[in-house]
Design a protein around this ligand. Sequence first.
Ligand code: KG4
Ligand code: ZN
Length: 352
Amino acid sequence: MTDTTQQPISIDGPIRLLGIETSCDETAASVVESGRKIISNIVASQVDIHAQYGGIYPEVASRQHIITIYPIVEQALQDAHITLDDVDGIAVTRGPGLSGSLVVGLNTAKGLALANQLPIIGINHLEAHIYSAWLDHPERRTEDDPKFPLLALIVSGGHTELALMTDHLEYQRLGGTLDDAAGEAFDKIARLLGLDYPGGPAIQQAAIEGNERAFSFPRAWLENTWDFSFSGLKTAVLREVRRLEETNLPLPINDIAASFQAAVVDVLVNKTLFAAREFKAKDILVAGGVSANQLLRTRFEENDEFTVHIPPLVLCTDNAAMISGAGYYRFIAGQRDELDIDALPNWPLSEI
Ligand code: KG4
Ligand code: ZN
């Protein structure tokens, strides 16, 4: 069984961690120094493979990870001009994610750790998305690091989570989606409109030519809770599409995409700002694949109450730099995991 030791230790000099990420459809490895400096960051996306199925095919994903993982790790080390002798540990995604995919990254990390006598640190993928905001990058928008108490919104293909971070590694979950995750809603509506997978970028692209006021789709505010729901919106779009199809006129895809995107963004932005006021947060942090959405970024940036930390586009979607980044904070807190740790496909942020 898992036996995780956690004892703060004192450290001099930079800490260099190899990060490995295989939770979904990206095979990724990275070397990061002290949770901040990206030395190398390699991502092999399986998007083209899954696009033909219109979504992720779990067996195909894990087989692809098996084929790609070692060359990707090699490349991350080569790009960093180092070998495993020069790293202090291996941070690896333990969950949440697809179990068959997680196991590939975990087993790789365990094998490398054993062969090179390195510690491994199992990382929660949602926590890693959060730590992408601490990474240095030429396109980083905020000079200062996020300040606590920090209101964090994580919006990805599998999650929509609102949490208050009182300090490093300290989370109080406020709410999350009751049904579809924000990214999942983008993916499903894109599919309905005949757009490509993944749906988020495709909807964003279609929306550029559309009028967001063409359709007034519902916003589920779920007042008195910090939860979200996108199923009513999804049904409303579906109904509208079916109704329009009966007219035999061409489907106004751009207008539907723009109106749908506006509805999702409206709820995400307003609820997050409201929560930040309510919990007296100093800053806001937005991360995860959907935080790559241009309208979401613009709407957050337009607020004049809070500094909003949103990672550069390349660090919003899945990558391993964020795994090494979160790994650093876990490493300096003393976390070292045993080599028999299991994948945790449903690991909530509140239970790290
Ligand atoms: O964080 P991520 O790469 O993987 C998960 O951890 O799930 O997020 C992927 C999700 C997909 O649902 C994708 O459609 C969405 O992020 N996404 C976007 C955009 N880019 C990616 N959603 C809206 N607008 C975008 N530009
Ligand atoms: Zn993710």
